[in-house]
Write a protein that binds this ligand. Structure first.
Ligand SMILES: Nc1ncnc2c1ncn2[C@@H]1O[C@H](COP(=O)(O)OP(=O)(O)O)[C@@H](O)[C@H]1O
Ligand SMILES: [Mg+2]
Length: 268
């Protein structure tokens, strides 16, 4: 009887092993390692960070600090972990971006060793390269590929997706965005796409295609708490494979770092 059991167990084990060999190792999305945001209080809300390789929209009106927040995630990861990142600024020049980040206290040269900053100027200088040989989007992809080849970057910021869509003259945004997202997923880094388009996912709203395609959505807003006061707020509307609090948090920036705390109504 014992021998039968041993043989049966062995057979099951062998079968399991051969099935595993066929389908490869178990790939559970929740097994992905997470990248910390280093925003005080935010990583706890996100079950210790954002999964590697995700595509996350950072959306909000102008002035809600989307660019500053995205940059601070790269900056802190570079400073604390030596993690390599690239920031593609399409809305403003590299110099203005650097100036703004320095004014926010993010100018430690130790972090800069790990950050690559690219701007429209880089692309414009190479527009001649296009001359019937490819599209603006292809050139953008070529830059991203080159950055990835030069150093294994694990975080990429595209600021903004709105300008990318305009410059790429997307004829069929739904299909074009789908392929762009597929391409970014193959490229590999955790990608933050900054956008000023409203991404309300309510039942009667018409959310843009990127809201459905993205793995996560972080919304920033200015919330009037009285006729005199406005509070900066952050909300995680979506984060796949993450049990997160979808409520609003107050977002503040002090001493070179962001912090989120539970939002309360009333003057702040
Ligand atoms: N030193 C500072 N401390 C806190 N907030 C600042 C500081 N400098 C600028 N800001 C705020 O940052 C905003 C711009 O941030 P930015 O990240 O460019 O916004 P967005 O990308 O959403 O348009 C400004 O409108 C201002 O309110
Ligand atoms: Mg911006």
């Amino acid at each position: 009887m014992n021998i039968v059991r041993v043989i049966a167990a062995d057979f099951r084990g062998e079968r399991l092993r051969s099935v595993r060999a066929f389908v490869g190792p178990r790939r559970d999305p929740t097994d992905r390692k997470r990248i910390k945001t280093y925003v005080r209080g935010f990583d706890d809300i996100l079950a210790s960070g954002i999964p590697e390789g995700y595509i996350v929209l950072v959306s909000g009106a102008p002035g809600t600090m989307k660019s500053s927040l995205a940059f601070s995630i790269l900056y802190q990861n570079a400073l604390q972990e030596g993690r390599k990142s690239a920031y593609f600024t399409l809305e403003q020049s590299k110099d203005i971006t650097l100036e703004h980040m320095a004014s926010l206290g993010m100018a430690d040269p130790k972090a800069w060793e790990h950050l690559t900053l690219l701007d429209m100027g880089n692309i414009r200088k190479n527009l001649n390269y296009l001359q019937g040989r490819g599209t603006w989007l292809e050139l953008f992809k070529m830059y991203c590929n080159n950055v990835m080849k030069a150093s294994r970057i694990s975080i990429l910021v595209v600021d903004s997706l709105d300008v990318l869509e305009t410059m790429a003259k997307m004829q069929d945004p739904r299909a074009d965005l789908y392929f762009l997202f597929e391409w970014l997923r193959d490229l590999g880094p955790l990608t933050f796409l900054v956008s000023e388009k409203p991404v309300d996912l309510g039942p009667t709203s018409h959310a843009p295609a990127e809201a459905y395609l993205a793995d996560g959505i972080v919304q920033l807003e200015m919330h009037p708490t009285s006729d005199l006061y406005v509070q900066r707020r952050l909300r995680v509307t979506k984060m796949r494979s993450t049990k997160h609090d979808p409520g609003a948090f107050a977002l503040s920036f002090e001493d070179g770092g962001f912090e989120v705390t539970r939002a309360v109504t009333g003057p702040s």
